[in-house]
Structure formats: structure tokens, C-alpha cells
Design a protein around this ligand. Sequence first.
Ligand code: SF4
Length: 313
Amino acid sequence: MNKNLVPFQNLFLGGASRQITIQEGCDKFCSFCVVPYTRGNEYSRSVEEIFAEAKNLVENGALEINLLGQNVSSYKSSIFEKSEKKQVDLAKLCNILSSLPELKRIRYITSHPSDINDELILEHKNNKKLMPFLHLPVQSGSNKILKKMNRKYSKENYIDLINKIKCEVKNMAFSSDFIVGYPGETNNDFEDTLDLINKVGFASSYSFKYSPRPGTPASLIKNQINDEILDKRLNKIQKILNDQQKKFNETFLEKEIDILFTNLGKKNNQYVGRTAFLQPVHVISSKDLVGKILKIKIERLTSFSFHGKILSS
Ligand code: SF4
């Protein structure tokens, strides 16, 4: 993993930002992944259960809810509306949850590109509570490797999807996961991944050296990539991804943006919050900011976090 980035599961600490597991398991069977074997088939919790949990969290101070699932975009359930049974997918669920007046931000993670439907894109366009930030793991930009990984989409499908979303939701930003050095990955395959990165432009990303997981089909493949090549490719991809992240972050300098404060910082009177795109923002204040959404002017960028000052309270 890029060591500058905080794992997603650590981003959502604090009472103002909470998590709800809405889905477990996965039916996709990517060749490198243990989830379908360890967590079983996809299972979605009921809308009623999720809504009750969200309502309880919001009544106890949550302003943001992160909907979690191993394959969250495959969420599928149903509700009765006027005694008629209606299907509920992730888009509809986000819409239902946004009816909670005190809930200000909704996120979801982790999605599979094949499950992002038009309804979800439209929900991002029309529902201001649904954050314009999508973590959409691509893993590789080589069609040969994507096929071996059993990812069920091509490089072109992925780029088309990103362009379609960007077209509908102008301020949408993307993060992704990359596996470097999947068995059989040639220089050309790796170059295809770099090409995809350059075509998409990611706001942040996680990149990993491939390592075999016991029990997965990929662990049985003979031509594993040697460590020297893995290291070189990882360094190269991380440099490009870090540059893209820096470039994205620099566009926020001097801007005034809404920040949800969730935690105390390490320094005296320092508070830490997040932008809509999950960038951490540090602010010094004599007043307690935790649990507030405030307009902040971004003044400095250090490494991968912002420093700013309060414009409203
Ligand atoms: S990588 Fe994601 S989509 Fe693929 S099998 Fe694992 S959980 Fe499912």
C-alpha cells in the first residue's frame, strides 16, 4: 500500500462519521481474492434494518454515514410501497437514507465497476448528500490481466464508465486499487495500466504488490513476477499516482470548502475533518469543532493533508 494513505477503514472514526454494514460476501470470484471463499455468497441486509440503524446513529450525532460491503454496489433488497413490493438497489437505498434531515453526508465502499448502474450515477447527480467521490478498484489496465483476474470488464469498459460518470456528475472524483505484478504481467501489460491511470486521473489510490492468497486460483499460477520487477513497477506506479493526488489536492488551495470535523488533532486545539473527497483538513480553534460541518479556507497543503482556517461557525 502507498504508505502516505490511511486505510479506508480508519477514516471513519468518531461519532460524527459512522459506518453501517449493508452487504456481505461476494459472488464475483476474482482470481486473487479470498472473500467469496471466506465470506460466502452476497447477502444484503433489509432496508428497514439499515434505516433504523441510520436513524439511531443520526439521533446520536452522526452527520455522515458510510455504507459498507465487500461488494457494496451489488446491494439488493426490497420494500413495500403502497402494498406493492419494490426492488431497492444501492441508489434507491441512498435516496431513502437521505430523507433523514440531520444526515448530511452518505458514502459507500467498496464497489465493483460492473455493478455501477445508471440509477446510481443519477443519484450522485441529484442527491447532494451522496458525496461526489467514488472508490472504484480497477486493479489493472491490461485486458489480458483483467481476464486472468476474472474482473469481468475491460480497460475500455472502465474508462467509458468513468467518462460517463464525469459527464453526469461534473465534480466527481475517483480513487482506485491497483495490483502490481499479477502473475504473467509483462512490461506491456504494466504500461497499459499506466495508460489507464493517465487517461482517468485519480484523486487518490491504493497500490499493492501482488502476493498470492492461499486457496485462490491465482496462487496456483506458476509464472509469479520476481521481487526486483515488482518493486520497480510499484515505485513507478506510486510516483504517478502520488503526482496525480498532489495535482488534485492543489486545486483546493485558497478555496472555501465544507469540512466535516470528526476528531481532535495531535496538536493543542487542533481539529481534523474531511472534505467531500476525504482529504484530511487540520484547523486550529479554541472552540470544539467535532461534529460540525464548517466552511474552511484551505491555506496550505502538507504531504497529503490540508491546513485551513474557519470562515463560519
Ligand atoms: S476483489 Fe472484490 S469483487 Fe473481486 S471477489 Fe474479492 S470482494 Fe469480490
